[in-house]
Design a protein around this ligand. Structure first.
Ligand SMILES: C[S@@+](CC[C@H](N)C(=O)[O-])C[C@H]1O[C@@H](n2cnc3c(N)ncnc32)[C@H](O)[C@@H]1O
Length: 204
């Protein structure tokens, strides 16, 4: 592969550069990741499905992008999904899928507009890590869940190379802010031989 957005994605840092990358990638994102067998949304949706009883309770798909993660959640049976993303071009594609209840543009410079307990579950699928959202977003999303709320997220191989990401996740477990319900390492983008870890946490 040469000069694809995937080549650039994992070296991008900062809000402005991330938004710029995904704005330019929005039109071809789905084709490029699909060609490479993007597997993490389905793995995350199935991991959350395995610990869910009420499939009508609202879920926030944070960093929903073009909606591939929402599509996987919907196919796993979840019926009430809101999406939020940093990039308007990605959100426009997500809107075309007509599966989200609400879609909104996030602004990292203002307080997160979600009250604790608004959502039974939050997903951050392919969102936190190298080339995307910083690790502080992990604390923000966990903090937005009420007791018993579920948090499904993934870290790809590029992100796992920076120990700070997993360290923060495991710290939330050792400090008893969350219980780790499952953890699974598997395919992310098999076309470029990249894997990811999928975690499901329960807020205590
Ligand atoms: C690799 S895409 C994943 C999109 C979707 N979840 C999927 O699985 O296809 C990462 C998305 O995260 C969004 N993003 C990156 N940083 C973000 C942040 N700080 N807040 C919200 N969204 C962010 C990007 O705009 C992009 O749409």
């Amino acid at each position: 592969m040469s000069d694809t957005f995937l080549d650039k994605a994992y070296n991008t840092a900062g809000i402005a550069a991330t938004r710029d990358l995904y704005s330019r990638w929005a039109a071809s994102y789905e084709a490029e990741v699909s060609q490479n067998g993007y597997a993490t949304p389905r793995r995350c949706a199935e991991a959350l499905q395995a610990v869910t009883l009420d499939f009508d309770a609202p879920i926030l798909d944070f960093g929903c992008g073009t909606g591939l993660s929402g599509l996987a959640l919907s196919m796993a049976g979840f019926s009430t999904i809101d999406g939020i993303d940093l990039t308007q071009g990605m959100l426009d594609r997500a809107g075309e899928k007509q599966l989200y209840r609400n879609l909104s543009l996030s602004d990292p410079d203002v307080p997160f507009p979600v009250r604790r307990g608004d959502y039974a579950a939050i997903s951050a699928i392919g969102v936190i890590g190298a080339g995307a959202a910083p690790i502080d977003v992990f604390d923000m999303l966990l903090g937005a869940l009420g007791t018993g709320g579920k948090f499904v997220l993934s870290f790809n191989d590029s992100t796992l190379k920076t120990p700070a990401f997993e360290k923060r996740l495991y710290a939330s477990v050792s400090s008893k802010s969350a219980i780790l319900l499952s953890e699974n390492y598997g395919d992310h983008l098999p076309g470029i031989n990249m894997k990811s870890k999928v975690y499901v946490l329960e807020k205590t």
